[in-house]
Design a protein around this ligand. Structure first.
Ligand code: CP3
Length: 346
């Protein structure tokens, strides 16, 4: 299907753009009353994720209601560990919970690789097809997965954590097991993301949400090694690598086979641009909390960020997912400011 707005794809490839594209991580979600209304009719988060018709519906909502330049398929990074054999629950106000965890070779039986993606994750592929039908080419659709290190954290820990110390412990006490599990996650993620592209995803993003809890050397060995494999296997559509918190690894990430590097709000996009040059697109990175300020201030802060860019290779976003209690009107101000901003450099 022909895309009517392919700004984000052109920006990712470093082609000419007439203005910066803009979308928000976690745009399909709790900030929208319309999302909460769909969610309230269902038994819970998982039913929403697993029912293609509903998932497609909330995927399209931010395009209709906020005017973003891309949709992201409504799902979760945790569908991959579940497909591999670790079922998760999403506990109200608590977050993800896995009954079983992997902390020894024994546990590897819950890390299957030999299954058919269509069989266990067909509901995501179906949602992608339905969402594209409803989008009718208005904007591109982004597919995504968690990066192996971040998925590893949930498979080992079994739930969220500030330190993920069980996961980091394993890197010291049983690196062989850690590498085996990371390899398995990598294999499945490659197959899964390829299937997303086949189903209609125009772009892909890898979320490495817990990259920043590792030292730079450990992140190279247990994180980027596997992200590199994924990037090399997925060359059909532009790929964004978002390694939250991994400031010192950004130059290494920019050397991987990706179109776009995601930045969180702690990262200095001007310094990073200087360091990596124009060979990659940068995505981000307004502090999500900036959207708690007044409309005028949201506009000022957004403009200030845009003014700092020295290259047009940018996809505008926040530095992490939008927080659930942000006023959608503030999000609209952010988006409007980006859309009205005139590009002053080639
Ligand atoms: O970006 C989007 O709009 C698409 C949907 C999306 C969700 N999760 C839906 C969701 C995406 C891209 C994710 C990615 C995700 N999931 C990440 C990586 C991005 C990041 O934030 O760093 C992580 C670490 C997860 C795991 C996860 N899912 C956690 C820790 C939680 C609980 C905390 C929370 O935000 O509530 C979730 C739940 C979740 N995933 C919700 C949504 C909309 C909220 C659940 C609800 O509606 O009840």
């Amino acid at each position: 299907m022909e895309l009517k707005n392919d700004l984000i794809l052109r920006a990712a490839r470093g082609e000419s753009i007439e203005r910066y594209p803009v979308w928000l991580m976690r745009q399909a979600g709790r900030i929208l009353p319309e999302y909460r209304a769909v969610r309230a009719k269902l038994s819970g988060f998982k039913e929403l994720v697993e029912t293609p018709q509903f998932s497609a519906e909330v995927t399209v909502q931010p395009v209709d209601l906020l005017g973003v330049d891309a949709a992201i398929i409504f799902s979760d990074i945790l569908v991959v560990p579940e497909a591999m054999g670790l079922e998760y629950q999403m506990l109200e106000a608590k977050g993800p919970w896995f009954e079983k965890t992997i902390r020894s070779e024994e546990g590897l039986r819950f890390a299957e690789t030999n299954f058919d993606i269509e069989d266990r994750l067909g509901y995501v592929l179906e949602a992608i097809k339905l969402a594209n039908k409803e989008l009718d080419g208005r904007v591109p659709l982004i597919g995504f997965a968690g990066a192996p290190w971040t998925i590893f954290c949930y498979m080992v820990e079994g739930h969220g954590s500030k330190t993920f110390s069980e996961s980091r412990k394993l890197l010291y006490t049983n690196p062989t097991l850690a590498h085996e599990l990371l390899s398995r996650i990598t294999d499945v993620t490659i197959q899964y993301m390829k299937a997303q592209v086949k189903a209609g995803a125009h772009m892909l993003q890898l979320f490495d949400s817990w990259a920043g809890i590792l030292g730079t050397e450990q992140y190279a060995e247990f994180g980027l090694k596997y992200v590199d494999k994924i990037a090399n296997a997925l060359t059909e559509v532009p790929l964004t690598i978002f390694s939250k918190g991994a400031i010192l690894s950004i130059p290494a990430i920019a050397k991987l086979n990706c179109a776009t590097v995601g930045l969180d709000w702690n990262m200095d996009s001007v310094a990073i641009r200087k360091e990596i040059g124009d060979s990659r697109t940068l995505q981000g990175n307004l502090d999500p909390c900036a959207l708690y300020s007044s409309h005028k201030e949201v506009e000022n802060l957004t403009r200030k960020m845009l003014d700092s860019f020295t290259s047009k290779r940018h996809i505008v976003n926040l530095g992490h997912g939008v927080y659930p209690d942000i006023d959608p009107e503030k999000v609209k101000t952010f988006i409007k400011t980006v859309k009205n901003y005139e590009l002053h450099h080639e």
